[in-house]
Design a binder for this molecule. Structure first.
Ligand code: FE
Ligand code: FE
Ligand code: ZN
Length: 293
């Protein structure tokens, strides 16, 4: 079976989307995920169509299908927080623009962290997210939102199937709302991902397996149920290579893009390097070869 796998790559380091595609190809990936700008700010550069055009040419030459490319929304958007109505509406406007940027770049999927319940109940937080997404959908077209399954760190919402289902149930346009799973987040929220088929059974019964449009594949630095959200390199965490490899090659997840969000090796040191080429190769070969010296 043809594995669709890549990693998060940078967009603004050089040449926007062209740089992203070049980076993905350097890892032998056949898909990728990127942020349109900083994850922590609203600063966005104008999209350069020349770079986009060249990027698509390179994608076509290398069999990267734009359907499998994922954009990730910045972390600063918290639709659960409606304590300040002006701020809430400001972020909704910003998120609408973000969806339009996704469309302008020729893609159709953006992953969103549902939000964190700040000074409100989890129920109210979920209601704020629903209202926010409905407002965003009213003024935009086509772009689909993928709600990410979260680790449940602090007051994070969307930390189990039921919370994601409550959000989806409130969205008017169901054709644009989907889910992005994350193996580190699932583990940290309390799911035993070595029993992935049990999880998929429950997901299918409550939400529908066809709603899974992306899978972030990460090992975890912490044990099941720790609610920590610290990603580890594949085969170097508490989940382990075998379990993650079984997820990536699970028949029921065939055709879904798998995206690595694992840390650079030797991060912040002079000898740091990205792990993605090795992690992708190990999954393709279904064999773990140590790549950290
Ligand atoms: Fe995420
Ligand atoms: Fe993730
Ligand atoms: Zn995470």
């Amino acid at each position: 079976m043809n594995l669709i796998i890549g990693s998060h790559v940078s967009f603004n380091n050089k040449n926007q989307l062209l740089g992203s595609v070049e980076e993905a190809l350097s890892y032998n990936a056949n898909t990728f995920m990127f942020y349109t700008g900083s994850t922590q700010s609203i600063m966005r550069s104008e999209i350069n169509d020349e770079y986009t055009y060249k990027a698509y040419k390179l994608m076509v030459e290398n069999n990267i299908n734009s359907d499998n490319v994922i954009v990730h929304a910045p972390y600063i958007i918290n639709l659960a927080n409606r304590n300040d109505e002006d701020k809430y509406m400001f972020y909704i406007k910003f998120f609408k623009e973000e969806l339009n940027r996704v469309k302008a770049l020729g893609f159709d999927k953006i992953v969103l962290h549902p939000g964190s319940a700040v000074n409100c109940s989890r129920e109210d937080g979920i209601k704020n997210i629903i209202d926010g997404i409905n407002l965003v959908f009213e003024d935009t077209k086509d772009t689909k939102i993928l709600l990410e399954f979260m680790a449940g760190k602090g007051n994070e919402l969307g930390k189990n199937i039921d919370e994601l289902k409550s959000i989806i149930d409130g969205i008017h346009d169901k054709s644009r709302i989907f889910v992005c799973l994350d193996s580190c987040h699932m583990n940290d929220s309390g799911v035993d991902v070595s029993l992935i088929d049990n999880f998929l059974d429950e997901f299918d019964k409550k939400i529908g397996i066809d709603k899974i449009k992306c899978f972030h594949i990460n090992d975890s630095m912490n044990p099941i149920g720790s609610h920590k959200d610290r990603h580890a390199n594949i085969g170097y965490g508490t989940i382990g290579f075998e379990t993650l490899n079984n997820i990536v090659h699970n028949k029921r997840l065939e055709g879904i893009p798998f995206i690595l969000e694992t840390p650079y090796v030797n991060r912040n040191q002079s000898n740091e390097y990205p792990p993605y080429k090795y992690e992708i190769e190990n999954f393709r070969n279904e064999k773990f070869i140590d790549f950290i010296q």
